[in-house]
Design a protein around this ligand. Structure first.
Ligand code: NDP
Length: 470
């Protein structure tokens, strides 16, 4: 039996239901809920978009996206039953009359207080219109606005977006979704820290020599050229995904594992991020980037970044943190390496390597320690052992990232979402990084497609360290 179901009837409205994210992620996730019997008896799923489509055509597009993902393994009966709950509503995002019609329709079926999940699967330019026009719905529904990153394009635009949301809703009504936080392996960071003193005691600034976070993708920008070229990899990857990982490993563990406490502790870290402007950033662009679709020949957008930063708090003040991320790299790999300090007597042991805690997030989730022991026999030689545990989900209770998070929204659970403050703090830091990069006119280094990024980048950031390889 699945561990978590949706018990109460709900309404789900997918804005931008004609788009890519809907087809690639949301429809298959809803199908998996149905397959795993997670839905209550009564629920209503509406696709909302401007495109002209009948309900039958919308159902067909839903069905096609499920079949594309699950092929011959599609469960016909689960899909058929789910399609009975699905409808399409054609409307503009900025037309109050369309929302009024929608509200009147929804009110007929659902009693007052029914949760209404509004999923913003549209470009950010449409976010504010949707928020404003959904305002009257709160008189009847328990609103849960689910907004996928990017949350604005800098601190100022994020603040504007949150100001509009706060004019019409409470922050508790808003679920800011970063899909990284729906990954099984990422969610494990929090649960491992909460349940294991051994890990939690090690994650203290006084014990750590440095932290490295690597996130490589072996492909380029796919169909997202226009978007990516405007933002670059620092905004696309570091601003939310990788700073969230950093916050999860460095924050103080609250006594209670609830949304408010976790958001507060993450914010303490994210609002203290800083950097020393000397040799803090290296930028790269893969050789064939400007030959990609929708990319201008003279584009100066970075597709690789390596950044050295620190946390300006007493406990973490002397711990360097290195983040590197790139597209078109030699492998798919996301992992965090936490290197522990050696004790003074260990410094004198020749060849002794530092202990490491490694949390591997992609392609496979694993957590392991690198601990050192003497080799068997009479030689004084040391080697590293790696007790390892998978962080993957096995069995029939697993859900993809968007599914994990959507299930939380349906159950009103906010722990794996971001607070407004966290997002503002991240933008504040990233805006400073980008401003300094511009002031220093940091050059863009070319790197070969399928490589490790620009040559010599770690030596540039720090002459004594190497990137930990897995
Ligand atoms: P799309 O560009 O496919 O847009 C989704 C739908 O929004 C379109 O089908 C269209 O529907 C409507 N739309 C398109 N342009 C505009 C516009 N200028 N103004 C108003 N409506 C418009 O986006 P995606 O589906 O790829 O992504 C949706 C959101 O999720 C975006 O915010 C994106 O940044 C974010 N995201 C997407 C990811 C992905 O993998 N695709 C990954 C992570 C985040 P219609 O014209 O029928 O109304």
């Amino acid at each position: 039996m699945p561990s978590k179901n949706v018990k109460e009837p709900f309404v789900f409205i997918l804005f931008g239901a004609s788009g890519d994210l809907a087809k690639l992620k949301i429809f298959p996730a809803l199908y998996e809920f149905a397959l795993q019997h997670r839905f209550p008896e009564d629920f209503w799923i509406y696709g909302y978009a401007r495109s002209e489509m009948t309900t039958e055509e919308f159902k067909k597009s839903f069905e096609n996206s499920v079949r594309e993902k699950f092929g011959d393994e599609t469960n016909e009966s689960a899909l058929e039953k789910l399609l009975l709950h699905i409808d399409y509503f054609q409307g503009q995002y900025n037309a109050p009359a369309d929302y009024k019609k929608l509200l009147d329709t929804l009110k007929k079926d659902s009693p007052e207080g029914t949760p209404l999940i509004a999923y913003y699967s549209v470009p950010p330019t449409a976010f504010n219109d949707i928020s404003i026009n959904l305002s009257p719905f709160k008189e009847h529904f328990d609103m849960r606005l689910t907004i996928e990153k990017p949350f604005g394009g800098d601190e100022a635009t994020a603040r504007d977006m949150f100001a509009i949301l706060e004019e019409h809703f409470d922050e508790d009504n808003v679920y800011l979704l970063d899909h990284y936080l729906g990954k099984e392996s990422v969610q494990s960071i929090l649960s491992m820290r909460y349940t294991n003193s051994i890990i939690n005691h090690l994650l203290k600034g006084q014990l750590i020599e440095y932290i490295q976070i690597t996130s490589f993708e072996p492909f380029g920008i796919k169909e997202r050229g226009r978007y990516f070229n405007e933002v670059g990899i620092i905004k696309d990857m570091v601003q939310s995904h990788l700073l969230q990982l950093l916050a999860l490993v460095t924050m103080s563990m609250p006594n209670h594992l609830n949304a408010e406490s976790v958001h507060r502790e993450k914010y303490h870290i994210l609002s203290a991020l800083t950097f020393n402007p000397e040799k803090f950033l290296l930028l790269g662009q893969y050789d064939n980037y400007t030959k990609e679709k929708d990319i201008p020949e003279d584009s100066k957008t970075e597709t690789f970044a390596a950044l050295k930063l620190c946390i300006d708090q007493t406990d973490w003040a002397k711990v360097p943190i290195y983040i590197r991320t790139g597209k078109m790299m030699n492998r798919k790999s996301t992992y965090i390496t936490i290197v522990l300090k050696k004790l003074s007597f260990q410094e004198s042991i020749k060849g002794l390597k530092s202990n490491k805690l490694i949390i591997e997030l992609q392609p496979e989730g694993h957590v392991y320690f690198k601990i050192t022991n003497k080799r068997g026999g009479t030689y004084h030689e040391y080697h590293q052992m790696s007790p390892s545990e998978s962080l993957a989900c096995f069995g029939d209770d697993c859900l993809p990232e968007h599914g994990r998070l959507l299930l939380d929204v349906m159950n009103g659970e906010r722990i794996h979402f971001l607070s407004f403050n966290e997002v503002i703090a991240c933008w504040h830091f990233i805006d400073k990084v980008l401003k300094e990069a511009e002031n220093q006119n940091i050059p863009l280094k070319k790197y070969s497609d399928g490589s490790e990024g620009p040559d010599g980048e770690i030596e540039f950031l720090d002459p004594i360290r190497k990137w930990h390889q897995i």
